[in-house]
Each structure stands twice: as structure tokens, then as C-alpha cells.
Unconditional design. Structure first.
Length: 285
């Protein structure tokens, strides 16, 4: 059949896309549009969109790895949210690729500037927690106060990465029993209580909180289709998921204006002097 019968296969299928097309695609991905919706809007094949997203996402990760160094953060909050690669963990077979199944996105946020200095994708285990917290420690210039949830892996990871030069506490939240009625099937269980637990150092009790990072989780779910709750969108490859996370946080740090700060987190942290556009992001990647 003649290629003209396939409207999505256009002259833009070449490896080199016009700059305007690249900016339109990356901007749409950053704002939470799905691959197929961008395919319908631009006329480009979804594989081309995916390849561009992965390439720019990997470039953004490298750019942030180099630029987010020697930071003067004083109060960090850490958390993780769940996703999956290919299939959910309960459907994984012994013969499947070991990267298939549940995957977790770890990240930290500076409570003052709202900058995300580091993130990590992996299993919810000690190895991933150690690598993530160690990466955070390498980027800090001074002593910090850290708040996390009750994940036990954080305790050893923080001690291993920071030693005694840290003020660390966990906030343990208790929830009621989840209801299974139709009206509450997708609702979170009721919050019951929270306990602040000092792990090491001398953290300020009034500043022990994970509210900012939990709000960041909501922002991530809105802008990343792979992490939106009750969605059909998910990554089939781990590298695609990692690239999507890198693209999201580059957009969040350098492009997206924070309404409270009236600037981007990167500007508030002194990493960059001005606003970036999606075009700047594509060029930097």
C-alpha cells in the first residue's frame, strides 16, 4: 500500500525534526499529554515522539546531574511514589525481564526553594534508597535537616551517606482501615494520627514534615501520564520511565513557574539567573 494512506507517517519521520516540532512535542509531554494524543495533534508517529522524549529526558538528567551541585539547601523532605514497568508485580512471571513489575520514584525537595536536587528510579529497597540518599548527600554544601516517612531503608541510607553530620527525623502517619464499599473504592483511608520520631542529630521539631514532597507527588502525577492514578498509560521499558522522570523534573526545576515563589525553583536556589523555556530545555539536553 502506498505510504500516503498512512497519515501519521509524514516527512517528519526523519531523525532530524524541525525545532518547532521538537518544542511542541516536549512541551506537550511536560504538561502531561499522552503519547497518542500528541500523535493525533502533530501527525508524527508515536515511536518518533517516544524516541525524542527519551533522548531529551536522558539529556535533561545529565544536565541536572552536572548543574545541581554544591547546593546550600538546609531542609530536605524525601518520599517515593509507585509505578510499574510493563505489568504490575502480581502479574510478573519468573521468566520475565527483571525490570518488569513495580518501580518506585524516589525524590527529595528543598522546603525553602522547592528545588528537586536529586531523584532515583528503582525498587523500594535498601539498594535504591542507599544510592538515592548518597546522591543527595554529594550535592549538599552544608548540614541539612531531613524529613522522611517511616520507610526503614531511609534510616541506614541517611547514616551511610551523611554520617553524624545531619539532623534527621521521620514522620509516622497512621490511617484507618480502608473501606471497600463502592463509594469509597478509590478513596484514601481516613487519616488518624502522626508521630514525629527523631532518628539522629537535633532536628527542629516544628519543621519535621513531608507536606511539600507529598504536594510534589501530586504535581508529578498531573504532569506524568505514567504515574497518574487509574491510567492506561505506563512504560514498557525502564529506560523510558527514567527518561520521563528526568524530563519532568527538568521542566519542574527550570521552566515551570512556582506560584508562591514567583520564579522557578532553580532561580530560587541560585542555580540559574532567569526563566527557561522549553526551547532552552531542548537545547540544554
Amino acid at each position: 500500500m502506498h505510504p500516503s494512506y498512512f497519515p501519521y507517517y509524514t516527512n517528519y519521520m526523519a531523525n532530524v525534526l524541525p525545532t518547532e516540532k521538537k518544542i511542541a512535542i516536549i512541551g506537550s509531554l511536560c504538561e502531561g499529554s499522552s503519547i497518542r494524543s500528541i500523535e493525533r495533534m502533530t501527525g508524527l508517529h508515536r515511536d518518533t515522539i517516544m524516541r525524542l522524549g527519551v533522548k531529551v529526558g536522558q539529556g535533561c538528567t545529565q544536565m541536572m546531574d552536572a548543574s545541581l551541585r554544591n547546593l546550600t539547601c538546609t531542609r530536605l523532605e524525601m518520599d517515593e511514589i509507585w509505578g510499574f514497568i510493563g505489568k504490575k508485580e502480581k502479574h510478573v512471571k519468573p521468566s520475565d525481564d527483571p525490570t518488569k513489575g513495580d518501580v518506585w520514584r524516589f525524590c527529595a525537595i528543598d522546603a525553602d526553594t522547592k528545588l528537586v536536587p536529586a531523584f532515583k528510579v528503582g525498587k523500594r529497597d535498601k539498594a535504591t534508597a542507599n544510592a538515592f540518599v548518597s546522591d543527595v548527600a554529594d550535592r549538599m554544601k552544608n548540614r541539612v535537616q531531613i524529613s522522611t516517612d517511616g520507610l526503614k531503608a531511609y534510616v541506614d541510607a541517611v547514616e551511610l551517606a551523611f554520617g553524624c553530620d545531619v539532623d534527621y527525623a521521620q514522620i509516622i502517619k497512621t490511617y484507618g482501615h480502608e473501606e471497600v464499599s463502592n463509594n469509597r473504592r478509590y478513596s484514601a483511608p481516613d487519616f488518624v494520627s502522626s508521630e514525629k520520631r527523631v532518628v539522629m542529630g537535633n532536628p527542629d521539631q516544628d519543621l519535621i514534615s513531608t507536606s511539600y514532597v507529598e504536594r510534589l507527588n501530586a504535581t508529578t502525577r498531573v504532569h506524568m501520564r505514567r504515574l497518574t492514578r487509574l491510567t492506561l498509560a505506563f512504560s514498557k521499558k525502564l529506560e523510558n520511565f527514567e527518561a520521563a522522570v528526568g524530563l519532568h523534573f527538568a521542566y519542574y526545576n527550570f521552566v515551570k513557574r512556582h506560584n508562591t515563589l514567583r520564579c522557578t525553583p532553580a532561580m530560587a536556589a541560585g542555580v540559574t539567573p532567569g526563566f527557561w523555556t522549553v526551547a532552552h530545555l531542548v537545547d540544554a539536553a
